[in-house]
Design a protein around this ligand. Structure first.
Ligand SMILES: Cc1cc2nc3c(=O)[nH]c(=O)nc-3n(C[C@H](O)[C@H](O)[C@H](O)COP(=O)(O)O)c2cc1C
Length: 200
């Protein structure tokens, strides 16, 4: 089983990474030989990914004009069974680093719909989870993460991945994920669920 994880927070070892670790722990807990699960973890802020410049070349020639780390991610999208994306909520949206990655999936979109020669195989099954954290408490604003949903929906559609669900945790600036046992347990359960999806 191959797992791709993209950490959208520019801050390491904080809330996004803690939730991601709990999901990966849950996923590994289901496998008889956890070391056999191939996990590729990328931090969006450490990647060299130019923002899309809408040159429209991908609507004429398959692929993206930019030769940067996105070329690696295109291959990872293709070969992964489980794709986990995380982002802190920034101005009700995803982080700029993650958005740059998402916008560059326009090349995949164009290959499917303009060129009718998809960069990503549409037969392979892939399962996706979105993790996001926010400063505001979900109790104060139950619609807190609403703005991220259509973004992630379109993203997962573009990479031909079934969008299985979301793990949203608010109030992280007051109660960090590492001190929030429930959110760690929720993450673990999401990992178990993803494993079952990928094995079904
Ligand atoms: C630029 C910026 C914008 C933010 N915008 C929001 C927001 O719109 N809503 C919110 O609840 N929290 C907002 N926050 C708080 C972050 O979502 C919160 O600190 C983050 O989820 C922490 O994740 P991390 O520790 O993994 O980086 C913002 C923080 C920053 C730095």
């Amino acid at each position: 089983m191959k797992v791709l994880a993209i950490m959208g927070s520019p801050v390491r070892k904080r809330n996004n990474e803690a939730l991601l670790s709990s999901v990966l722990n849950g996923l590994r807990s289901e496998h008889p030989a956890p070391e056999k699960i191939d996990v590729q973890l990328f931090c969006a802020s450490s990647l060299k990914v130019s923002p899309c410049i809408a040159c429209d070349r991908c609507a004429r020639v398959k692929g993206c004009i930019f030769e940067d780390d996105m070329q690696t991610l295109y291959k990872e999208f293709e070969s992964s069974d489980v794709i986990i994306i995380t982002s802190p909520l920034y101005f009700n949206s995803v982080s700029a680093q993650l958005k740059a990655v998402i916008d560059r999936c326009q090349a995949i979109w164009s290959s499917k719909y303009a060129l009718k020669d998809s960069m990503i195989s549409q037969e392979k099954k892939r399962f996706g989870l979105f993790i996001s954290t926010a400063g505001v408490d979900l109790k104060d604003d139950p619609d807190l993460f609403l703005g991220t949903l259509p973004i992630m929906d379109l993203f997962f559609k573009s990479i031909h991945t079934e969008y299985v669900g979301n793990l949203f945790v608010g109030n992280v600036d007051q109660v960090p994920v590492l001190e929030n046992e429930k959110s760690i347990k929720d993450g673990f359960r999401w990992g178990q669920k993803l494993y079952k999806h990928a094995c079904s």
